[in-house]
Design a protein around this ligand. Structure first.
Ligand SMILES: Nc1ncnc2c1ncn2[C@@H]1O[C@H](COP(=O)(O)OP(=O)(O)OP(=O)(O)O)[C@@H](O)[C@H]1O
Ligand SMILES: [Mg+2]
Length: 525
């Protein structure tokens, strides 16, 4: 039973209230009289600070950019949240550009998503706000700012900043990699502006490390090297090196150098910039082109021995030194003339290119891979081969038993090690050089495995009979053998020379043609 004895009466309550109010008023008037104003203000501030009702939540505001550069956390949140959309969401934005593989889903204004991480609840809200300066976002050219608000209990601030947001960024990167469309950039001249720029197409080269016929140890080494390179950002920073890596791929035509570049791009999900030096006549163009390449990309210069001619520094004899100084003098004179004429042409040299790649360009970006390919490593300038420039030299060689088996499995579905023709081919491969391209070409001739293998045996035996291996061995001449590849490259180079010849007359860039002598005569290793 509730007793009424302890409950104060209304008159008692009123009396207490009146006496407290009187005391407060007395206290206030005394404080006004005796305390100086700054002390009173401070006391008021302290009183309000300690007795103010507090929100226990903290909200992080993540804007889409800082006015100039994109905000990485915003972009990551966009991608991350698109995978967290639940049934509570009422409005969504969807979009798909021609280059994208999948439909992109984004939150609409004011939509919220509740996420949880390590048992902590986090609330995301997407908002659009008018920019304070009325100019909006100069980066995206929008009149308003897009932002995410991330709200959670204050006690989890450190966990959110140090663990949750890095987790969101990491997951978003993986998601983007999966849906990323690789691009292949090639050079395009804009005649009206006498300029040259990159044009991109979707890179759909199907080569992967699984389809590449090469020695398994070498393949594993390359893959490990690439993995190590991409995960060592901090290492490169610590030792003061630009985050780039150079690969020199050398070997006879048709051994898979270009295919390896495509496999690397597909493996790392990097774009490819194919720098055809034959199309670049000026240092200034080269600089602009290199600076407009993106991060996470592979810059490829194919057939580097045919692209640019250098004064030969290997022989170092007096005549050669004379020739070099004359060439340099001529180049300087030409530069002066051209500057006077306003054209600003420079001599394009391999060392100039390498210095630029080593210096300014490589320090302007992250995760850059540079690949040079050549059929003749021995013809390359030592500047290219010096330690630290091309970090890894990869020899792409003729087809060995492992490569042959991989191609037989991929092209013909042969997994039977006991197949009698397979055994015969493996014996022949021990003494005869044949490129993976030639093997693949034979395998394309028939869907019947026995017929295709017999065609390969025929070609191998013809090579054996001719001793030097300088044989196309194909009566119907459908095969694209080394000679044909060589001829097509020569024609390509000749075209470039003719094209450029029109522009530069006897200009400073001299392109070296591939010599056929010795190229198709293979030494048997
Ligand atoms: N190692 C390989 N593994 C699988 N296929 C290969 C390999 N090498 C060559 N091929 C096949 O031959 C074709 C030509 O190969 P690729 O263009 O990669 O040779 P390359 O070494 O770059 O030749 P080049 O020196 O003439 O540029 C490829 O499209 C592929 O079908
Ligand atoms: Mg190639």
């Amino acid at each position: 039973m509730l007793s009424t004895e302890n409950i104060p009466s209304a008159s008692t309550l009123f009396a207490t209230y009146a006496s407290m109010t009187a005391s407060l008023m007395l206290f206030r008037s005394m404080a006004n009289d005796f305390l100086p104003e700054p002390v009173r203000n401070y006391a008021c501030f302290a009183f309000r600070y300690f007795f103010k009702p507090r929100s226990k939540e903290l909200t992080l505001v993540i804007e889409d950019s800082n006015g100039i550069a994109r905000n990485q956390i915003f972009e990551a949140a966009e991608a991350y949240l698109s995978a967290k959309i639940g049934p509570s969401i009422e409005r969504l934005k969807i979009c798909k550009t021609p280059n994208e593989k999948v439909i992109t889903i984004r939150l609409e204004k004011n939509e919220q998503i509740i996420d949880s991480f390590r048992g902590v609840q986090l609330r995301w809200r997407f908002a659009l706000v008018e920019a304070a300066d009325g100019k909006g976002n100069s980066h995206s050219m929008r009149p308003e700012k897009r932002l995410f608000e991330l709200t959670f209990h204050q006690t989890h601030k450190d966990m959110v900043l140090n663990s949750y947001l890095p987790h969101v960024i990491e997951l978003a990167k993986d998601m983007k990699d999966k849906t990323r469309v690789l691009k292949m950039y090639t050079l395009h001249r804009v005649p009206d502006y006498d300029a040259i720029r990159w044009d991109s197409v979707k890179l759909e080269h199907p080569a992967t490390f699984d389809t590449l016929a090469m020695e398994p140890d070498l393949k594993a080494t390359i893959m490990e090297d690439l993995d190590r390179f991409v995960r060592r950002k901090e290492f490169y920073k610590r030792v003061g090196r630009a985050w780039k890596r150079g690969y020199l791929l050398y070997g006879p035509p048709g051994t898979g150098k270009s295919s390896l570049v495509a496999a690397m791009a597909n493996y790392l999900k990097f774009d490819v910039f194919d720098l055809q030096l034959g199309n670049v006549t000026r240092d200034s163009d080269l600089r602009t082109l290199l600076l407009s390449t993106g991060n996470r990309s592979i810059l490829v210069i194919e057939d580097i021995d045919c692209s640019v001619d250098l004064p030969d520094r290997r022989n170092g004899n007096e005549n050669n030194a004379d020739a070099q100084s004359k060439a340099a003098g001529a180049a300087v004179r030409k530069n002066k003339t051209d500057f006077a004429g306003g054209k600003g042409q420079h001599m394009l040299t391999l060392s100039g290119l390498l210095n630029f790649i080593d210096g300014l360009w490589s320090s302007c970006g992250d995760e850059r891979i540079i690949v040079f390919t050549t059929n003749h490593k021995e013809r390359l300038d030592p500047a290219l081969l010096r330690p630290g420039r091309m970090d890894m030299h990869i020899h792409m060689s003729y087809c060995g038993p492992y490569g042959f088996r991989l191609l037989a499995a991929n092209y013909l579905g042969i997994t039977d090690c006991e197949h009698k023709l397979v055994a015969e081919i493996e014996t022949l491969l021990k003494t005869i050089n044949i490129t993976p391209a030639q093997v693949a070409e034979q395998f394309m001739k028939s869907e019947d495995a026995d017929v295709a293998l017999a065609a390969l045996i025929k070609l191998l035996k013809e090579k054996e009979r001719n001793g030097s291996g300088d044989v196309d061995g194909d009566e119907d001449e459908i095969n694209l053998d080394e000679v044909a590849i060589l001829e097509s490259k020569k024609l390509k180079t000749q075209d470039q020379i003719q094209d450029k010849g029109k522009e530069t007359a006897a200009g400073p860039i001299r392109r070296r043609r591939k010599r056929s002598s010795g190229r198709v005569r293979k030494s048997k290793n």
